[in-house]
Design a protein around this ligand. Structure first.
Ligand code: HGY
Ligand code: MN
Ligand code: MN
Length: 611
């Protein structure tokens, strides 16, 4: 902690005036925010103080929020030229290289400032220190500026406020001498892991890691190496489906079997262990944190236990699941499915886009499919399964909340299909004589959208739509498509899926076409186990954070593990409206720190529970 760092005790015990002056400069030219937050003391944590300031701004209303935004300088704007930036803004814009723009960059940013101000009536605000507090590159700042210029005014007002709160958070970290070191470790590991991407995507700077590609194998090796060499796991293996399994044994000094420190007492059925983890494969052109966060957070928790030579009264089994997204092969949840005993050997014959079977891909990767049945876990030997995951949605981002607790994971069912008509000449085939597979698929897609839109919390998506070997002057004879249906209950999911299948049948009848449809994945809705949800709630409360419980629209490995053992998930806020399955997926080091602290707190609280 720096020499003149302030402490929570100081801000809690200061007079209101001293409190405001301790926080001077946190919000640009806006001392009123700290002044109003003083009444909410004492704060149990820096995180709670930060949220109190956020709440003051929320409660202040739109006019005060607009004044706050307008109190900020433009990026590389007039205030910089006239050297009238505050020291904090000078520091921040300097770190982002905005002080030394080229004339062309400077002119470009000036134009963007003018266009933005003309559209929204307030300056563009961006926390240029960025999600890792190290400063964004100028190119990224300009790209963000251009992207946000297209947003709706209401969204931009809220987004500017979120960036102001991030600027304040970083300034408060500086004041408190607070470095989110564990959040930084996870954030940096995710950055390093993202260096591995499949051929054809890596060249475009896109992150795609599909099952058993070279990039996928490199990720597995990297995770195993970190588990072994940086975190101190006692046992690390890459199993027969490619899961990376790290085990950190428990402490059994007084164990009747005479087990010594750090032995695998579970081998004798002496103890139950906690299972956690998530997946390290990604969707095509995906984000760096979907899945990976849920592997790296428990890894850094084990690293800290190891560094402190601490053992828990239960072993911790951390798994990097090899496949959850169902990208390369139709089957999904291959990693967690192997653990629950639901790996269907028929999947081994599935072919990827190049015609390589899953079995051959496994053999090529040095995996032995015959060993897969042996991966099934005896669920009675586990306390349960917990998973940390980015929310992949806008709720926590809009609420300015770092963490949320999952109440249930939506049930889902997926299909791939093809409509078959008749390819014919685009010029000579009259409109009433066509058997157009693509317009039939389009009609189906519009029905899917309408049907799902008719029920709250029901979603359905035609994510893939393709005319194989289509030509501009040929009426499509075939059209491939996918359907993904999700709902909070299996009954709502199934009713929607039934209606979609009925509509597909009817429209093909009507149009004289036929179709094939294959169900490729079905996962039941997975309510969180009450005891484990409560453990997450206690851990989040212990950080001084408010509790927000919510369903998960996304599917997760936890819904697979739900089939054999109790589970509950912790969500972490994403930036950029929580966007995911998109390279704009982003998280901050501070939120990640809170996520790690919540996991550590859950472990500590679990360790003190009567066994
Ligand atoms: O599709 C999902 O919900 C998950 O990201 N695989
Ligand atoms: Mn995903
Ligand atoms: Mn995921």
């Amino acid at each position: 902690m720096g020499m003149n760092a302030i402490t929570l005790e100081q801000v809690n015990s200061a007079s209101p005036a001293d409190f405001a002056s301790l926080l001077d400069g946190t919000y640009e030219h806006s001392p009123w925010i700290a002044e109003l937050a003083a009444a909410q003391r004492p704060f149990a944590s820096l995180a709670q103080l930060k949220l109190a300031l956020v709440e003051v701004v929320r409660a202040a209303g739109r006019d005060a929020q607009l004044r706050l935004i307008r109190a900020h300088p433009e990026l590389a704007g007039k205030a910089m030229v006239t050297k009238t930036l505050t020291k904090e803004s000078t520091n921040e814009q300097g770190k982002a290289g905005l002080i030394d723009c080229t004339p062309a960059e400077y002119a470009h940013i000036q134009r963007l400032n003018a266009d933005y101000h003309a559209k929204f009536g307030f300056p563009f605000l961006l926390a240029v220190r960025g999600p890792r507090s190290l400063g964004l590159a100028k190119a990224e700042i300009i790209a963000t500026f251009e992207r946000r210029l297209a947003n709706h005014p209401d969204f931009e007002l809220a987004e500017c406020l979120r960036n102001i709160h991030r600027i304040a958070e970083i300034r408060l970290n500086d004041k408190f001498g607070h470095e989110p070191v564990l959040g930084n470790a996870v954030w940096d590991w995710a950055e390093q892991l993202a260096a591995h991407s499949d051929a054809g995507y890596a060249e475009r700077g896109e992150l795609t890691v599909t099952y058993l590609t070279d990039a996928h194998r490199a990720c597995a090796q990297q995770l195993a190496s970190w588990m072994r060499n940086e975190c101190g796991f006692d046992d690390v293996v890459i199993d027969a489906v490619g899961n990376v399994v790290g085990t950190y044994y428990s402490d059994h000094h007084d164990d009747p079997h005479g087990h010594h420190h750090g032995t695998d007492a579970q081998a004798d059925g002496v103890e139950k262990r906690l299972l956690t983890g998530s997946h390290y494969d990604t969707v095509r052109n995906g984000g760096k944190y979907d899945g990976r966060l849920g592997i790296l957070v428990p890894m850094v928790c084990v690293r800290e236990l190891h560094r402190q030579s601490r053992r828990l009264p239960f072993a911790l089994e951390v798994i990097g699941f090899a496949e959850e997204e169902g990208q390369r092969y139709k089957a999904a949840f291959l990693g967690s499915g192997a653990l629950t005993g639901h790996f269907d050997p028929a999947w081994l014959t599935q072919q990827d886009a190049a015609g390589l079977t899953m079995r051959d891909a496994m053999l090529h990767a040095g995996l032995c499919p015959d060993d897969i049945p042996g991966l099934q876990r005896d669920a009675s030997r586990y306390l349960g399964f917990v998973e940390v995951h980015i929310e992949q949605g806008p709720v926590l981002n809009e609420m300015n909340l770092p963490l949320g607790i999952v109440t249930s994971i939506n049930g889902s069912v997926r299909y791939v299909g093809e409509i078959i008509g008749m390819a014919s000449h685009a010029g000579t085939t009259p409109m009433d004589r066509r058997r157009d597979a693509a317009t039939a698929a389009a009609e189906l897609a519009l029905y899917v959208e309408k049907r799902a839109g008719s029920v709250t919390h029901l979603v359905a998506t035609v994510g893939m739509l393709e005319v194989p070997s289509g030509s501009i002057n040929v009426v499509p004879g075939r059209c491939k498509f996918s359907i993904d249906v999700r709902a909070t209950t299996d009954a709502v999911r199934d009713a929607c899926a039934d209606d979609i299948r009925a509509e597909l049948h009817a429209l093909c009848e009507r149009r004289g076409l036929h179709f094939r449809l294959e169900e490729t994945m079905r996962a039941a809705a997975a309510p969180s186990a009450a005891a484990w949800q409560r453990r997450w709630e206690r851990a989040v409360s212990a950080l001084g954070l408010p509790l927000h419980t919510m369903p998960s629209g996304a599917g997760h490995d936890a819904m697979k593990m739900h089939e054999v053992m109790p589970q509950a998930m912790l969500f972490m806020r994403g930036l950029n409206a929580g966007i995911s399955h998109n390279p704009l997926e982003a998280i901050t080091n501070d939120d990640t720190e809170l996520c790690v602290r919540a996991f550590q707190t859950l472990l500590d609280q679990l360790a003190t529970e009567p066994s």
